[in-house]
Design a protein around this ligand. Structure first.
Ligand SMILES: [Zn+2]
Length: 432
């Protein structure tokens, strides 16, 4: 028996307050239902359920860092109703069997739809293509393929992958990192890395791969998605390619930026606190500005979290020994509000496009997700209080891990409720 919710005085994407009924998994015209739970949403805005194209759920294999269940708890707390789970698990998600296992675990947990990403190469080894077709045909219906964590650095393999995914309208999501240019790299290469004595990670290591992949995608007429863009130069390359692809019409490039690259900079490495160690690294303030501008003008299509949980023993150690990565699901909406909405770069509709509609389109899941908050649509929805502020306390995280770079920071906004097909996964800010 499902509960129905009558939501009063809610502002859809910042518009005039209205009432909505969530019933049988669908958004309906408000009507009196004596058995409906009434939610007073005065001051709250309704956003479509967020969709993350880039999440690490760690299961199978690293259940000490995160499980599908805990990761989707964190997702729901952050306003997400769908996440794409990256393939660098143990074993790697490079067969129909593993992707179906992850997909099923997501269904069983019931907090968020989990769409597995399939590996491009067997074992992420970069040597031969994984069973892309079998994963696409599996119950998990994989459409996004990535060796994320590693770059598909072999140009021939990258070309073959781009060709292969055309058969089922898939996309190759590249972690752009030229391996030889980043051997031992620890932080953004610049004056600061020299001063801190940490091996530098040059912008060109990202930009060289992006440039190559753009040309390959054009050459074979396929779909390329660029993961976690971090430099101003990358934004320029993608801007050039998008204009060309639009004119050509037979290929497509999309790109994502992560909340931490919008808000944080490499100056934080001066603390030598590995909480700020991430791949790609935090870049300069000028890079962050370029990412914000690119996200505002649509060059960067989406925000993706790159939620990367690590247990404390992998992060509470010296910088060079620490794992790369930071949590992101529970703070993404607040960071994007602060960097993009409160600065006037995006309105709420623009945020919905970049955190819900576009990621669902790129991942080919827009039959259910990334749809407008409107009558007759699936009730995947967030109630958000943009006027609230909160101080981030890692101990309150729904994730199994605690590696948030925002600990102790005050961020705007609070997710009050999240609905997945009309079921409240979060209510009054609490996991249900
Ligand atoms: Zn990556």
């Amino acid at each position: 028996m499902s509960t129905s919710y009558l939501i009063k005085n809610v502002s859809v994407l910042g518009g005039t307050p209205t009432d909505l009924l969530l019933e049988d998994g669908v958004i309906r015209e408000a009507a009196d239902r004596p058995d409906a739970e009434v939610i007073d949403a005065t001051g709250l805005i309704a956003l479509p359920g967020l969709v993350d194209l880039h999440t690490h759920l760690r299961e199978p294999g690293r259940e000490d860092a995160e499980t599908v269940e805990t990761g989707t708890h964190a997702a729901a707390m952050g306003g997400f109703t769908a996440v794409h789970a990256m393939a660098n698990t143990e074993p790697v998600a490079d067969t129909a069997g593993v992707v179906e296992q992850v997909w099923r675990l997501g269904r069983e947990a019931g907090y968020c739809d989990v769409f597995p990403v399939g590996a491009v190469t067997v074992g992420l080894q970069g040597e031969r293509l994984a069973e892309l077709g079998a994963m696409a045909d599996s119950a998990a219906r994989v459409r996004v393929f990535s060796d994320d964590g590693k770059c598909v650095s072999d140009a021939v393999l990258m070309r073959r992958a781009l060709e292969y995914v055309k058969a089922f309208d898939g996309v190759v999501a590249q972690h752009a990192q030229e391996p030889r240019l980043t051997e031992g790299a620890q932080m953004n290469e610049g004056e600061l890395s020299g001063r801190l004595g940490l091996a530098g990670w040059p912008a060109v290591a990202e930009e060289a791969i992006i440039a190559r992949d753009l040309l390959l995608a054009e050459h074979v007429g396929s779909r390329l998605h660029v993961c976690h863009v971090s430099t101003a130069g990358s934004v320029e390359l993608i801007r050039w390619a998008k204009a060309k692809a639009e004119k050509d019409g037979h290929w497509e490039v999309t790109a994502e930026a992560c909340p931490h690259h919008l808000l944080l900079t490499d100056e934080l490495a001066a603390t030598y606190d590995p909480i700020y160690k991430v791949n790609p690294p935090l870049r300069t303030a000028a890079d962050a500005q370029a990412l914000r501008a690119g996200l505002a003008d649509g060059t960067i299509d989406i925000v993706a979290t790159d939620h990367a949980p690590h247990p404390h023993e992998d992060k509470d150690c010296e910088w060079a020994a620490a794992a790369f990565g930071m949590l992101g699901l529970e703070t993404a909406l607040s960071v994007v509000q602060q960097t993009m909405v409160d600065t006037g770069l995006l309105d709420w509709a623009g945020l919905a496009e970049r955190m819900s509609y576009a990621p669902a389109r790129i991942g080919r899941v827009s039959d259910q997700h990334g749809r407008p908050v409107a009558i007759g649509e699936p009730a995947n929805m967030v109630l958000y209080d943009p006027g609230a502020t909160r101080t981030i306390d890692p101990s309150e995280s729904a994730s199994l891990s605690r590696n948030t770079p925002y600990r102790g920071m005050e961020l705007p906004g609070r997710v009050v409720a999240t609905f997945l097909r009309g079921r409240a996964t979060v209510l009054d800010g609490k996991l249900q």
